[in-house]
Each structure stands twice: as C-alpha cells, then as structure tokens.
Design a protein around this ligand. Structure first.
Ligand code: ZN
Length: 136
C-alpha cells in the first residue's frame, strides 16, 4: 500500500486561496466583514448572514480534537489503522483531517486534546493541513 498515493483535492477558484495558503505554511479561513463569523470550507458568501463582504485571514493553526473514527481498513495512501478526525479550530470552524505524530489508538487520541496544524506537502500544488498533538 505504501507506494500508492492518497487521492488529493483539486483546487477550484473558491478554494485556490486556501491551497495557496497551505503551500506557504498558513491555514487560511474566511471571515464575514459584516457579522465577524469565521467559517470553513471556503465559499464566496457568509453562511450565517449571506453577506458577500468577506475577507481571508491566517488562522492560528491551533485546534482541539472534536471527534474521530479509526479506520481499520487500508485504502490507497492510508495504512490502517488511521484516524479520520474532525478538529475544532481555535477560531471556531471545524475541519476534517488526519492526526499525525501519535499512535492511531483511542488511548493516544483523547477528545479535546490540543492540536496544532502540521503541513504535509504532497506535491508542488497540494500541501495538506494535518494536525498533530500540540507541543505547547
Ligand atoms: Zn456574516
């Protein structure tokens, strides 16, 4: 399985700023200028108040483990067991990701544990934002 690659996202006009950010080591979110709601995934209007006045900003990269499942089945690019996680970003939005830098077990993956973003370059275009246990 090791030589098989994981499927990668394909940037669209709406997500280009996000992938440009991860390439540069930034986790970019969007925020509504009108109501200050920060959100993810990217979209051209605020999901809360529908305002099209939005801005992009670099998130802190800090998060906590909100939920996860451990898959026991290997698929291309993923050697089982591996966790499919939802992390709660410090800024509010939740993001689906993988946890790296620790055992993929219920003992190591504690809900609410503090995490930080770990950028994993896949190719010249795509750098994935994974998360690892916080060192702070
Ligand atoms: Zn809004």
């Amino acid at each position: 399985m090791k030589d098989q690659k994981r499927p990668l996202p394909v940037p669209t006009p709406e997500t280009a700023h996000f992938w440009e950010g991860t390439r540069q080591g930034e986790l970019r979110l969007q925020r509504c200028v009108h109501c200050a709601h920060a959100y993810f995934p990217p979209r051209p209007f605020c999901p809360k108040c529908s305002s099209a006045e939005i801005e992009t900003f670099a998130a802190s990269g800090r998060a906590s483990l909100y939920s996860y499942v451990i898959s026991q089945r290997s698929i291309p690019g993923f050697e089982a067991p591996y966790a499919i996680a939802v992390v709660q970003l410090e800024e509010g939005p939740r993001m689906m990701t993988n946890i790296t830098g620790c055992a993929q077990t219920p003992e190591a993956l504690r809900l609410d544990m503090l995490l930080e973003v770990a950028f994993a370059k896949q190719n010249e275009e795509i750098t994935l934002p994974l998360f690892k246990p916080s060192e702070a």
